[in-house]
Design a protein around this ligand. Structure first.
Ligand SMILES: *Cc1c(COP(=O)(O)O)cnc(C)c1O
Length: 465
């Protein structure tokens, strides 16, 4: 069967995510639907042999390329032993080993792992646990959460409520709990000539004021460290994380760090929280913060199976540990909690971090991404090219000097998307922001090609018809 017939069958019954389905309709659809037959490394292939370079790692999950032979081998072996068992009342080898290793590689002090099967659920777990901790600790007045403007934490009702991305949130606003949203340290908004660090420090004042005023009713602050990915790959200086950690401790509020998109090497270190510099310069202090909760998912299984973990500190775990009759237990559950196959894929992924040292090789790839997009930095419709490790984002605007965005109805990003597809590259912009988030197995030649196609796509998208 060819592409055409798969598309027809898909459109008959599959409701695709994050899509106006009508965009797929007709002979020349706004948004072409691409049936994928197979994938290998950084490449996807359709039913007619067309290949697409997966420059967004299939929604930021696929860090070691598709069907990595080692992950495939480990998964096959796991299937021969244990497919699935519920994690309540039972335990198994892969979840034990994975928990041990996650505790070793995450910031010191995160000693307890609670499992879920997608990022949004891991966020729900952190929110519920934080609230429940304060309840168990005799502080029932703590019921609110603080999040940054332009943040994204997933799309189940709790996670959606905490986030601040209008496109996803506004429709459901009547259903959602109301967090306190504080202006983001996003450095795209910095003043002319102002440094990233200076801007992020300055923006922290909003957070300090909010905590000072509302600490008694706040359970936790939640942030995406360094990069607000779904919010258009907006980036900020790590000093903000250091200041936030200090302030949360001082005000008696939890800190939840959402590493779902940026964890597992994406920003150049294994976790983005590791970039936070020491606050005082009086020697000895190492960089990196320990949050009270860290949520991870996406890259965790190398993009093969759904899995998420909320890690927390032992002190928080202890607040739930009591005689059954005290009713303090955390009773949250998902059917597939700690699925052995997904845990095996995660273990294989951690092995690959040790064996292939991607954090080292990514430095060269990241530099190449930067140098190969040089001409976009003086493009008349590019306000900013920004990068953090293996994320590079290109902000397309109508007017560079005023940073005047293109109206979203013009769907400039969609033009870039279609152009890139016609050249065999999968680039799926977020509004007017074109970005790369390639798998770490991408080759230098593929990076060159990706950048070339991205430049063409920007020209195509910003050309006035
Ligand atoms: C993707 C994402 C989520 C949600 O994860 P899902 O698995 O899609 O539910 C939450 N937070 C961030 C930062 C994300 O990028």
């Amino acid at each position: 069967m060819n592409n055409e017939s798969w598309i027809r069958r898909s459109l008959a019954h599959v409701w695709h995510p994050c899509t106006q389905m009508r965009d797929h309709a007709g002979a020349a659809p706004e948004l072409p639907l691409i049936p994928v037959r197979s994938a290998e490394g950084a490449w996807l292939e359709d039913f007619e042999g067309n290949r697409y370079l997966d420059a967004v790692s299939s929604w930021w999950t696929n860090i070691f390329g598709h069907r990595h032979p080692y992950i495939v081998e480990q998964l096959k072996a796991q299937l021969d032993t244990l497919d699935h068992v519920m994690l309540a009342g039972f335990t198994h080898e892969t979840v034990i080993e994975l928990s041990e290793r996650l505790v070793q590689i995450t910031p010191p002090g995160l000693d307890r792992c609670f499992y879920a099967d997608n990022g949004s659920s891991a966020i729900e777990v952190a929110l519920k646990m934080s609230f429940h901790y304060w309840l168990n600790a005799g502080r029932p007045g703590k019921t609110r959460f603080v999040a940054l403007s332009n943040s994204y934490h997933g799309e189940t009702l709790g996670a959606l409520a905490i986030g601040h991305t209008g496109l996803y949130r506004d429709t459901y606003a009547p259903l959602l709990l109301e967090p306190i949203h504080v202006p983001s340290p996003d450095c795209y908004e910095r003043g002319v000539g102002q440094s990233w660090e200076d801007h992020s420090r300055q923006q922290f004042q909003w957070m300090e004021d909010t905590l000072a005023r509302h600490a008694d009713e706040i359970c936790a602050v939640i942030v995406e460290p360094l990069v607000q990915c779904a919010g258009g790959m907006r980036m900020y200086h790590p000093i903000y994380l250091s200041m936030l950690r200090e302030a949360c401790t001082r005000h008696g509020v939890h800190l939840i760090v959402d590493e779902i998109a940026v964890g597992f090497g994406r920003t150049g270190r294994l976790f983005a929280s590791e970039w936070a510099p020491p606050l005082s310069r009086d020697g000895g202090a190492e960089s990196g913060i320990t949050p009270d909760f860290m949520c991870i998912s996406k890259g965790l299984t190398g993009g093969t199976l759904p899995l998420a973990v909320t890690l927390t500190r032992d002190e928080i775990y202890q607040a739930f540990y009591a005689d059954y009759r005290e009713g303090k237990a955390f009773l949250h559950s998902h059917s597939y909690t700690g699925n052995p196959l997904a845990c095996r894929a995660a273990l294989a992924t951690l092995d690959l971090f040790e064996r292939e040292k991607p954090l080292l090789s990514n430095r060269m790839l990241a530099q190449l991404m930067w140098s190969q997009t040089a001409e976009l930095r003086s493009h008349p419709h590019v306000a900013e090219v920004r990068q953090q490790g293996m994320i590079l984002a290109i902000e397309m605007v109508r007017n560079v000097h005023r940073k005047e965005p293109y109206p979203s109805e013009e769907r400039r990003g969609l033009r870039a998307y279609r152009h890139a597809l016609s050249r065999g590259v999968l680039l799926r912009p977020l509004g007017n922001v074109l970005y790369f988030m390639p798998p770490y197995v991408i080759t230098p030649r593929e990076v060159e090609r990706l950048c070339q196609v991205a430049i063409e796509a920007v020209n195509e998208a910003t050309r006035d018809a």
